[in-house]
Design a protein. Structure first.
Length: 187
């Protein structure tokens, strides 16, 4: 399975919605306009048709989209732009610095790590199940000859103790019958 990336390095499978394909990823939403020539469509991710930053600064392209916790921005040359409605507005250096100063680091990174780990665990589990269905169980424990020898020894000793127990029970039964016969003066 191929992991398709949208602009700004956003994985289409984990950052976009299949039920809402026209809502951009949270970290790059400012790279796309709404109702403009740079609107988002998840089916175009990873292709030359992805319209991120199209028209920003006059000649913005897909590779100009930078993701961040504040919604991303378009860096065209030395200028920065964010989408507002159907147009791109210039972003000053002070506004860019304030985005990081005010926003700080959110828990989004931890959330992304958990999602990625859950996604990887799901892939591993699915692969194991596929192999089990095909009869190539990767979880089969290898058996050692020592374990088999131990089982043979234990079963031999167990059988011997069982037979000794049956023999002793039979002898006690015979002695009990003899004692009862003696008490009743039959013998």
């Amino acid at each position: 399975m191929v992991n398709v990336e949208c602009a700004g390095g956003q994985d289409r499978a984990t950052t976009t919605s299949e039920t809402h394909p026209y809502i951009p990823p949270r970290k790059t939403r400012n790279c796309y306009t709404s109702r403009g020539n740079a609107d988002f469509d998840s089916s175009l991710c990873g292709s030359s048709g992805d319209r991120a930053c199209r028209g920003a600064g006059g000649n913005g392209t897909l590779s100009d989209c930078m993701s961040d916790n504040e919604g991303g921005y378009c860096k065209v040359g030395t200028n920065y732009y964010i989408a507002r409605g159907s147009v791109f507005l210039p972003l000053t250096q002070d506004q860019l610095l304030n985005r990081y100063r005010d926003g700080g680091d959110t828990d989004e990174t931890g959330r992304e790590v958990r999602r990625a780990l859950d996604d990887q665990e799901r892939k591993f589990t699915n692969r194991i199940r596929e192999l089990q269905i095909m009869g190539k169980d990767p979880l089969v424990q290898s058996s050692d000859s020592k374990k088999e020898d131990d089982k043979e020894v234990h079963s031999f000793i167990g059988n011997m103790l069982f037979n000794v127990g049956i023999g002793i029970s039979f002898v006690i039964f015979i002695i009990s019958v003899c004692i009862i016969l003696i008490q009743n003066k039959v013998i």
